[in-house]
Design a protein around this ligand. Structure first.
Ligand code: FE
Length: 346
């Protein structure tokens, strides 16, 4: 069932994505998942005077990945202007190929109430793009935390990605609900210590840390995971299970600017990934983008065009951190410093 509210939510989003007469929109889904989103896209796109079609593929059991070489579908998507991706082609070669053709893509995986609550705005885009310009100019990034984090990245090798939740730019990817900026340190260019503290988030486990976990990082790789609690053991066991040295690589780094996203959201929805959520598991954009978090991560760097495609990816949003670019403060104890990025009163 598609209700008027969902159609209105999609219509506002498609308008931000530049959908109007002459634009060809593709809805991409798998199995029975998010069929309401595909229908809402088709209705909303038609209301905006655009052309639209829906490609539905067999399910992949909730995994990320590509389309197993389905060339006709890839070619069809490349001919559209905007792909609304309800299956999650993130980290796939097909996604890179579709974007390279000039088609823009929006990944949409969150439940309807999250899409509505975190509906993006031009102001969020402005602030995230400002952050992107700052990060693009920077040659070093350092961040610390009250619990002992102190780590430095040298930056020159990889591009900066902005995520503000919509895209009207040819060849650009985004993710509805996000609001942050990221890049990766140079290969061999990340050194220091990260102390994950109680309240920081492990996206892979959908949990808050309850005890400190100390990661030693040398030349871009985690060389030690210290800590006695369940959190440290889980992290060690999970990464070890991949039998892949590249799983220990430091991945992207950046900070959150989405004032609508909340740190506490995960506490109320962490069981929402179960199939009982009727095709609307929550990926966790609240945790990834909440205002003032420093988003540290481990694993692949294909997102920024790197060669490490390990499937072991762990996003670790951290609170109360301070972050500097070339010595200039950007985040201070979890607060955004610069007026150009700040939300009034925050
Ligand atoms: Fe990530």
């Amino acid at each position: 069932m598609v209700d008027a509210d969902l159609v209105a939510t999609f219509k506002a989003e498609l308008e931000l994505c530049g959908v109007r007469p002459g634009v060809l929109v593709a809805a991409l889904s798998e199995g029975q998942v998010r069929q309401d989103y595909a229908q809402a896209t088709m209705i909303a796109a038609r209301e905006l005077g655009a052309e639209v079609f829906h490609v539905n593929l067999p399910g992949r059991d909730g995994k990320f990945g590509g389309m197993a070489g389905n060339r006709p579908v890839v070619e069809m998507l490349k001919k559209s202007d905007l792909v609304m991706d309800f299956m999650g082609l993130l980290f796939s070669h097909e996604q890179n190929e579709i974007l390279a053709s000039g088609t823009r893509m929006l990944m949409v995986l969150e439940p309807p109430h999250v899409l509505k609550a975190l509906a993006p705005s031009k102001d969020l885009r402005r602030r995230v793009e400002y952050a992107g310009e700052l990060l693009t100019k920077a040659r070093t990034l350092r961040f610390t935390s009250p619990h002992g984090t102190d780590i430095t990245y040298t930056l020159s090798q990889y591009p900066v990605l902005t995520e503000y939740g919509y895209t009207d730019t040819p060849g650009r990817w985004d993710h509805w609900g996000c609001g942050f900026v990221l890049t990766s340190g140079d290969d061999d260019g990340v050194d220091g210590k990260v102390v994950l503290a109680p309240g920081d988030i492990s996206m892979v486990f959908q949990t808050y840390f309850t005890a400190p976990v100390t990661l030693t990082v040398e030349k871009g790789y985690v060389t030690d995971i210290a800590g006695d609690g369940v959190d440290a053991n889980l992290m060690r066991g999970y990464i070890e299970s991949f039998n892949d040295e590249r799983a220990y690589a430091v991945s992207h780094i950046g900070w959150g600017l989405n004032e609508k996203a909340t740190w506490h959201n995960l506490a109320t929805t962490r069981n929402a990934r179960s199939p009982a959520m009727n095709g609307h598991p929550e990926l966790g954009v609240n945790a990834l983008g909440f205002y003032g978090n420093v988003l540290f991560s481990l694993g692949p760097n294909t997102e920024v065009g790197g060669a490490n495609d390990t499937p072991c990816h762990i996003d670790l949003p951290m609170r109360n951190c301070s972050l500097w670019l070339d010595g200039q403060p950007v985040v201070e104890a979890g607060r955004i410093v610069m007026d150009e990025m700040r939300v009034p009163g925050r």
